[in-house]
Design a protein around this ligand. Structure first.
Ligand code: AMP
Length: 424
């Protein structure tokens, strides 16, 4: 098969590493990719939202499957674009169509979906500019802290946890009347605050059956001890010790099955990944959010734990016979430590030469924000490299990934040295 993977982050590096091991993959292309994906396939200089460019490339290179990494092309309708095109309609796209991608693209849509299917989640109500006063009235009774969420995609910044009523009123006002997050905050979901520990659960579905991929925990804050600003993700660990058999059974019965069945009942086709952000509240799972793609940096910890042929599973999704495919998951522990650019997540240093990748001893180095300049790998993005170690136990995985991250050097390099140590 010839496979086209869309995206350019650590997630796509982990996907391309895994896909390239499959005997079913003849040629792998990554658009646009990064310096790391180029080790496993051919990078193609195309933007993930350049649908016409992707079409021309897919036809010229006899692409047999498209795997979509990030949410943006899904929310913009790449799958629908393929289905509506005579020449492309038989090329399977892994990733949902636009309507279903609203599970991620609209918090209001996803909350309503959860309500319709009795999926446990925080109590909430949605407000617009026209119902601002009702929003204020609701806030007065909602209890604190309270969570305000811009309805649309806001580059991971649209969620505010407000500690006082004043703050909540002010934020709601700014989101609805001053377009604080642009169009994304023309609707705002006001939600009860959930106390607990978060984890990410990943489901692969062909729209009928599903398989649960290894779960993971990610670390979003820039600083050690989970302090400071939110980032795209500073590290991840899989498996998650508190996600034991009993907890995961609850997740499957109360969340995964009603989600997949709910989509089916509503006639919403879904071929791809469902990423469920969960809160473990005293042993009970609550859904915080859905994403319509895999997580980053969770994918970097999830892929090494899948022992089966990943392309075979993707074919199962495409052909609608996922139930017949086998997914074997390793008992080992994967830990990922992300090396970021100095200054990230604010203004950060760019275009710095990276050294030390060859000194990494027992980890995978998944590239994220890197580019090749001749032979030289340069750090060009905020998240630069994801260092993943797969070991027999959690302590060894954490220690190895952290030690290997420290073998990387570029001007301003920073990584958290405490990823996963709260789980020990
Ligand atoms: P979301 O974009 O919905 O995933 O929200 C981003 C982050 O905000 C989550 O990963 C949580 O850490 C936090 N968060 C969102 N909703 C809640 C909630 N209802 N209670 C507590 N924390 C939340």
């Amino acid at each position: 098969m010839n496979i086209l993977l869309l995206g350019s982050g650590g997630r796509e590096s982990a996907f391309s590493w895994k896909i390239s091991q499959s005997p079913k993959c003849d040629n792998l292309f990554i658009a646009p990719g990064n310096a790391g994906t180029g080790q496993y396939g051919t990078n193609v200089n195309l933007k993930v939202t350049d649908f016409e460019g992707i079409k021309a490339f897919a036809l010229a290179n006899s692409i047999n499957m498209v795997l979509v990494g990030p949410e943006e092309p899904l929310v913009k309708g790449i799958h629908d674009f393929f289905l509506a095109d005579e020449q492309l309609k038989n090329i399977p796209v892994i990733g949902p169509q636009q309507h279903a991608a609203r599970l991620e693209g609209s918090k209001d849509f996803s909350k309503q979906f959860m309500e319709r299917h009795n999926i446990p989640t925080a109590k909430s109500r949605t407000f617009t500019r026209d119902t601002l006063q009702e929003g204020f009235d609701y806030l007065a009774t909602a209890g604190l802290p309270v969570v305000l969420k811009a309805d649309g995609l806001a580059a991971g910044k649209g969620v505010l946890i407000c500690l006082t009523l004043e703050e909540a009123r002010q934020e709601l006002l700014e989101m609805l009347t001053e377009a604080k997050f642009g169009d994304a905050s023309s609707k705002v979901v006001v939600e009860q605050f959930l106390q607990g520990i978060e984890l990410s659960v990943f489901v692969m579905t062909d729209g009928n059956s599903y398989k649960v991929l290894p779960e993971a925990k990610d670390y979003k804050r820039i600083g050690e001890g989970d302090s400071g600003l939110n980032t795209g993700g500073m590290g991840s660990v899989s498996p998650v010790p508190f996600a034991d058999e009993d907890f995961m059974r609850k997740v499957e019965e109360r969340i995964i099955i009603p989600t997949v069945e709910g989509l089916k009942q509503e006639g919403i086709p879904y071929k791809g990944f469902i990423f469920i952000g969960l809160m473990n509240c005293y042993g009970e799972p609550y859904t915080i959010e859905y994403n319509c793609r895999m997580g980053d940096p969770e994918t970097e910890s999830v892929m090494p734990r899948i022992e089966s042929d990943f392309v075979d599973l993707l074919i199962g999704v495409a052909e609608g016979n996922l139930i017949e495919r086998e997914m074997v998951i390793s008992d080992k522990v994967a830990a990922t430590v992300v090396c970021v650019a100095g200054g990230y997540p604010g203004e950060y240093l760019k275009d710095k030469a990276i050294s030390g990748i060859d000194n990494v001893r027992d980890s995978h180095v998944f590239h994220a924000g890197t580019t090749l300049n001749g032979e030289e790998v340069r750090a060009t993005g905020g998240r630069v490299l994801a260092i993943t170690s797969l070991q027999n136990d959690m302590f060894s995985a954490l220690q190895q990934a952290t030690a290997d991250a420290s073998r990387i050097y570029y001007d301003g390099v920073y990584f958290r040295k405490d990823i996963g140590f709260d789980l020990l």
